[in-house]
Design a protein around this ligand. Sequence first.
Ligand code: IPD
Ligand code: CA
Ligand code: CA
Length: 269
Amino acid sequence: MPANPVFLTTAIEAVVRAGDVQMAQFGQVIRVDKKGAIDLVTEVDLAVEREFRELIAGRFPDHHVLAEEMGGSAAVPAGPCWVFDPIDGTTNYAHGLPIFCSSLALEIDGVPEVAAVYDPTRRELFTAERGAGAFLNGQPLRVSQADQLIDAMLVTGFPYDVHARVNEIVGLFGAFVAHARAVRRLGSAALDLCYVAAGRMDGFWESDLKAWDIAGGALIVAEAGGRVTGTDGSAFASRGGHVLASNGRLHDAMLAVIRAFRTSMGVTP
Ligand code: IPD
Ligand code: CA
Ligand code: CA
């Protein structure tokens, strides 16, 4: 059964409002705090999340919210749960680099039903509903056709504990560089996933992610005809922390690169 249409309109309203707040302060001097050595939070992350929570509480007071800055239930709750990243790409945002977005998914009993990701600098709104396809500004999205890694442009991201695992993270990056046409690191996992959905990228992998980074983008990739799993090929779980998303055709080849690299590192896949 299709989800209540109010869910998608609310999701779109929420991410577009988030984009308005982001753009109002983008490039200005804002307060930036450190959650870790390289993990930032700006006053805009907090303002966007506050406004989002007010919107959902006003409209759906019995729904759960899981969002980056103020938390929520780590386990999958029963019923509807909005999974929100107020700024995905906070480091870019804090440096004035216009590659960021807000990312939202509505999960019902853990199943993703609706997703919306909005990039306000390009005015690109990515949306999806389970079983109803994925769209960019209302136009249907389809993943790419590339079926060889040597013809593929891939994208990844580095987790905030990268300093403790440089060899592993950069080593796997290098393994993909050795096989692909190109590998990028943009700084927004949600946009990385949307770009796979749009066929701009052919595949994306990353570990140590949170549900708010990937819940929305994963549904958008799947609805654009792509494949989404864990980096070990396991069934995708938004709270699973790792993701491999591709146009489908490249999935097994990407899994093989990851497995070979992990074996060479002596890490159990
Ligand atoms: C980060 C971005 C980045 C990814 C990190 C995420 P944030 O989210 O998505 O691309 O590499 O792992 O934590 O902190 O900008 O919301
Ligand atoms: Ca994020
Ligand atoms: Ca964030």
